[in-house]
Design a protein around this ligand. Sequence first.
Ligand SMILES: [Zn+2]
Length: 285
Amino acid sequence: MAGRARRARPAARAVVVGDVEVVSLVDAVGELAALESAFPAVAADSWDPYRSLYPTTFAGQRWRLQVAVLVVRSEGKTVLVDTGVGPAGLWRFWAPECEALLPSALDASGVARESVDVVFLTHLHIDHLGWNTDADGETFFPRARYVVHPDALAYALADPERAHIRRCVEPLADRFEWPGDDVEVAPGVRPRALPGHYPGHHGLTIYSRGARAELIADIAPHPALLDRPEWVFAFDDADGASVTRAELVGELVDSDTYVVCGHYPGSGIGRIVSRAGRVVWEECA
Ligand SMILES: [Zn+2]
């Protein structure tokens, strides 16, 4: 037998929020880290209730991570939210099941690279910027405005020798922009500060014809954190992440608002609901 069979690529999923469409495209799936290294203060058995709720996010004692990129289409504008892991081989510390899927997923969804108007980068961790450039360091979305908060950019460029910063941030240093904290990047789509995960970390809020979605980026990258916002995640930037998580859950639980995270199971498009005393994310697209 020739190696381990690769899993079929998950289908693109989408939801319509008023006049705005949100499409989820998988770029990669792999094992990110041991749970005990990502959450050193969390006892192994504390994860047990979440294993049945979110089975695809676990690989034994390791965190199995999907990395999906979101395409937001509004009134003829196309916004790409983060750019995934990127071309194969950039990461040294994870075990990919599949990677470098975004170009074919864009093709399958009819999104030409040249049609992307805005690349919105929620932050500059390695799983969010990989297709900023291609394997040769050339800009992958040639017409796009690359939008990222200046605090995130300054933090990334303070340590420019890291491979993902050198390949995916430095070549674009003159192109990054930030329109302002409350300025729409497309009709009905505006940045929302979600402090604590990374300097300048932002999600996006979509309001359209009374419908709403919150693209929460990595403020709670494992859905168990919605139920346990106080758990300390080693890759967060600041203690304030727990406060932001708790506030977000309080605002969104049992509401009609779509809650979207590219690291959640399936499409990553769902809602936060109360179930038997727990706060649970349920996929709904
Ligand atoms: Zn991430």
